[in-house]
Design a protein around this ligand. Sequence first.
Ligand SMILES: O=C(O)CCC(=O)C(=O)O
Length: 263
Amino acid sequence: MRATLLQIDVDPKESVAERRVRAAELVRAQAGADLVVLPELWPVGAFAAGAFAAEAEPVEGGPTAEAMAAAARDAGVWLHAGSVVERDPDGPLFNTSLVFSPDGELHAGYRKIHRFGFDSGEAALMAAGHEVVTARHPAAVLGLATCYDLRFPELFRLLVDAGAEILVIPAGWPARRLAHWRLLVQARAVESQAYVVACGTAGTHAGVAQAGHSMVVDPWGEILAEAGPDEQVLTVDLDPGRVAATRAEFPVLRDRVLGVPLP
Ligand SMILES: O=C(O)CCC(=O)C(=O)O
């Protein structure tokens, strides 16, 4: 299974509309990949809170969803299109990840559960999602999480219980906490005995330098591929069969006591 991560540069000199066109072209260039992944809030920038309301869009018929659906269809790929600022028809904003199947249909949407900002930014401007979401890719079950979610292992336990084999995590992680990012991405893979495909942004927006360093980590915790800080296309081959094999060979998940039904 070939996964391609598009670590896109979110530069305020490029308009949201221009970046959307560029991202769609990047997706179209990935024909042959089994899974293409974009980062968190790449159209507007995860820290560009002042623009969230103006750039918010519906999932149904929204410009990013439409552009990504067409790109997935043209390339014939499964596309985790990162996340957008979703304007729900009822009013609230959500940080919503979108997964498209190769026919361009929206297959799954995940509203970020843990909002970042400690009462400001996203935490103040967006509503929290409540649903744990998996997506059924033909090769493996994808478990969906977004950026700050990475710090909350209880979500990943729920994703494992829901059958997740590849944890797909779009992010807009700041360079200042790169060490946390690398550690947490590996930790989530080791504790879940799952692949982690974590795609961040490059560049600087709203004064926040982005870490880049998109990573793919295997169920044993080994880093299979890691990007640098700048815009990069990162391609790696995964073997989803290694998830069950790792869980069988070293059956840590079987030994859970807390948070599982008592025998
Ligand atoms: O947890 C962090 O350090 C960064 C989280 C973040 O930037 C986000 O969720 O957008």
